[in-house]
Design a protein around this ligand. Sequence first.
Ligand code: SAM
Length: 173
Amino acid sequence: MPEIYEPQEDSYFFSEFLKENLNNKEATFLDIGCGSCILADTAKEKGLKYITCADINQNAVNLARCKGYKSINSDLFEDIDDKYDIICFNSPYLPEDNREPKESKTITTGGKKGDEIPLKFIKQAKEHLNAKGKIYLLISSITPMNSISKHNPKIVAKKKIFFEELLILELTR
Ligand SMILES: C[S@@+](CC[C@H](N)C(=O)[O-])C[C@H]1O[C@@H](n2cnc3c(N)ncnc32)[C@H](O)[C@@H]1O
């Protein structure tokens, strides 16, 4: 089973963004691809009470459960029934690299071109979003934007790191 993703620059950037932007303590919050639960932990620090974690990696789900979160082992929304006010995903977004081991691919690779998982996520997340809810998705300037742009994302935060720029997109229904 894959290792849990150790928080990196992308995780800390997303966490800082949430610290500034999560203001409704009554909002239901879903951390998809929770990994170490850094985003769920940020939501908890901000006083949110209704937090759910999900990941395709059972190790991450087990950790989330140990931390006391409602936890679901799911490939994106396949095993998720509820709707939420806020849905976050620090998505795998890199194009496929055949030299990369299968285990770390789950964490980093967003599909052949890099946008397949983000796109699948956007389509499914809209079905699981309450009216007036918000989706926050982290991708990179490396991720192809042609198809993602059709969903009218708003870029709400940017950060340059090394050879790429991290982007947080906000989407609504
Ligand atoms: C870049 S890591 C982010 C982890 C953590 N949220 C953070 O910000 O540090 C991506 C996470 O998404 C999970 N993941 C990848 N594909 C997934 C899928 N199809 N459904 C659910 N989770 C997925 C991985 O297991 C990993 O935990």
